[in-house]
Design a binder for this molecule. Sequence first.
Ligand code: PHE
Length: 367
Amino acid sequence: MSQDAIPKLSGYSEAALDLAFAELTREVESSAQALNSPESVEQFRLQWLGRKQGRLKLISDAWLKSAPVEAKKPLGQRFNQLKAQIEERLERASGASARFALDAEGIDVTLPGTRRALGPEHPLIKTMHEMVAVFKRMGYSVGVGPEVETDYYNFESLNFPPNHPARDTQDTLVIAGQERKPLRDRLLMRTHTSPVQIRTMEQQPPPVRIVIPGKVHRNDEADATHSPIFHQIEGLCVDTNITFSDLKGTLDHAMKEFFGSSVKTRFFPSFFPFTEPSADVQISCPFCGGKGCRKCKHSGWIELLGCGMVDPAVFGFVQQKQPAYDPKKISGFAFGMGVDRIAMMKYGISDIGLLYSGDVRFLEQFA
Ligand code: PHE
């Protein structure tokens, strides 16, 4: 029988229909045997289901249309069964043909998949999370702020007057093309996380206890201890009757939690425009216990952070949006620490650039 021909129907009795459909069923089965490529699957589909010349279409035209009324139902049932059989074969074969294609590419789909190694936390992020966790346990919440800042938040509201020399200590990277804007609106890369102090206070009335981890940028020449990108954790606590003792107690406790309970802290007078008084904080070297070693450059002490009591002038700027920050009624302290140095100390990393190299061989050591 030619491919397109359809069997002869000797009448519309059930016996005659069974005979004709039995033959069609056999033909479907035998042509389905040869479905071993995407092309043969398509050929099979056209042969049986093709809209114009497909065999089902021919059968429907030749048999169904001229069938007497009482034969329409038994004929239709058999026709639908045949169609379901063809579709089932096609479905099976197209699944298989997708696999043929992979076989042809030399891919063995029965092999287990490639496992991607789950990356561990970067040593810097890990250090940051651990330090933030210390403050969370003391009841601090965690905040973030933008890395592209305005002059107002990065400097002016933190009591750096325009042209004040203190601005020069920050080696600011400014965004180009801002000259036509008023100074306070000009964009720059934040040089510290302190602008988020202001943003936080503008958003909520006191009391505030918050730590802000984040990336900061300065126009520093890269060397073993300097990188134009580094990380800080800012802290801010504002409430009634907050004193310098609270600042000392909080930082002393946090350093003991992080580095071990035998670590001591000491405070030296310092200067920041947004705190008064200000201090630099050192911890006794956690590696040698203060005797002097390479990590503390044989001094027994390591300088870790800047801090101080929030300057009333800073509250003055915040009051433009949140009048509750009245320096006569509330007070607070702030601190900022460099995360990179802490991570480098903790893991014995001698070059800060390694933290930003993205070199997997370096990072794998911390897995
Ligand atoms: N922002 C300061 C710096 O980057 C650190 C600091 C934060 C000091 C908060 C005092 C209070 O150097």
